[in-house]
Design a protein around this ligand. Structure first.
Ligand SMILES: Nc1nc2c(ncn2[C@@H]2O[C@H](COP(=O)(O)OP(=O)(O)OP(=O)(O)O)[C@@H](O)[C@H]2O)c(=O)[nH]1
Ligand SMILES: [Zn+2]
Length: 339
């Protein structure tokens, strides 16, 4: 939570920096909001926020004008003032946003807004990529793009492979072995979901974002994990004025121990903002080697004199090195184009 009080920043230096010219610090004068109530944003719907205060009250709020442009997204830690009772027809004011620990982003790729970066979710620490093993067929390219987005965001990734009753997970898992991404395999059996306990364990104590294409069984999992998902979001109904949450944006759902953020509208990630160096952060073993690369090396398969090629060719990479490099380059290539 922001501690900055009157400066509206987490950065203590802003307050203690000597003020040589005796003028005011170069920050906007604004009410102190020292009494702002800390909360987490659970849902955003047409400019209205639902936030859960740290003492467990779901409050509806709108953003204070002084916060200016820039989005407040699901997962943001915010400060609320005004009516924070959470009673029907009340509206608090969201007056500050804390620095984010992680930011899951996408770059718009349609012609009109191309290049515009959007934050989808803040402060989540795990991206769960839900993929069916069959019906619909798995889309490795889409999975790769999700993994790139997770690395870029600074989040851990988890593969959740559904419908194991329809196909053997082994071939799919083999493709991802060099990436050392953990995986959970699920299947619906009569009145229960095999693998659900393991998934639960993986989600415990974490804030996890679930992404997946239509039909992969994501809703089935969310409903099993959070039996009354719509009540769990504490009054989103009052925000939308409708019977249920119909927005296509992300929504945070509470687990007994942790959060699941469902992203009904997110089918893919525009990755134009992710550079080779961003991706390398997910491959510390390769990152070290690239220190020997020529300046501006793209590390792609056709990059001249890329040190990664020599690393493999000379045997320095060891047994799994070639597969690691291939996987890295596959993700590198997955950044461009859509799926
Ligand atoms: N055979 C099999 N079918 C499953 C499994 N999990 C879900 N399904 C079925 O797959 C279909 C799609 O499941 P949903 O949970 O609605 O999928 P979704 O990913 O939420 O899709 P949208 O609601 O379109 O976003 C439904 O008919 C489910 O009953 C599974 O493990 N095995
Ligand atoms: Zn290189």
């Amino acid at each position: 939570m922001a501690r900055g009080g009157d400066t509206g920043t987490d950065d203590d230096r802003v307050r203690v920096r000597p003020n040589r010219r005796g003028s005011r610090p170069r920050t906007k004068v604004r009410p102190s909001h020292d009494d702002a109530v800390p909360a987490m944003v659970l849902a955003v719907d047409r400019g209205r926020y639902t936030a859960l205060t740290d003492d467990g009250t779901a409050v509806h709020a709108m953003k204070a004008r002084e916060l200016g442009r820039g989005s407040v997204v699901v997962g943001d830690r915010v400060g609320l003032v005004g009516d924070v009772s959470g009673r029907p027809d009340t509206l608090a004011r969201l007056v500050r946003v804390a620095d984010r620990t992680t930011t899951l982003r996408r770059t718009a790729e349609d012609a009109e807004t191309a290049g515009v970066e959007r934050v989808i979710v803040a402060n989540a620490d795990q991206l769960v990529v839900v993929t069916a093993l069959a019906d619909p067929e798995p889309r490795p390219r889409m999975v790769d793009r999700c993994l790139v987005a997770a690395i870029d965001a600074g989040m851990d990734a988890l593969l959740c492979l559904t419908k194991a009753d329809l196909a053997d997970p082994a071939p799919f898992l083999a493709q991802y072995a060099p990436l050392v991404v953990p995986a959970v395999v699920t299947s619906v059996a009569e009145d229960r979901i095999e693998g659900l306990d393991e998934l639960h364990d993986r989600l415990a104590g974490r804030t996890s974002v679930l992404v997946g294409h239509s039909g992969v069984g994501k809703s089935t999992l969310v409903n099993a994990l959070i039996p009354d998902a719509h009540r769990a979001i504490g009054g989103v109904n009052a925000v939308t004025g409708r019977g249920r949450h119909t927005s296509s944006s992300a929504v945070a759902l509470g687990l007994p121990d942790g959060w699941v953020i469902d992203t009904p509208g997110v089918r893919s990630f525009g990755l134009a903002h992710v550079g080779p160096e961003d991706l390398l952060r997910g491959f510390p073993d390769l990152q070290e080697v690239t220190e020997e690369c020529p300046r501006g090396c793209t590390h792609a398969a056709d990059a001249p004199d890329c040190a990664l090629d020599a690393w493999v060719a000379t045997g320095r990479a060891g047994g799994p090195g070639r597969a690691r490099l291939d996987s890295f380059r596959r993700l590198l290539a997955a950044r461009s184009g859509e799926e």
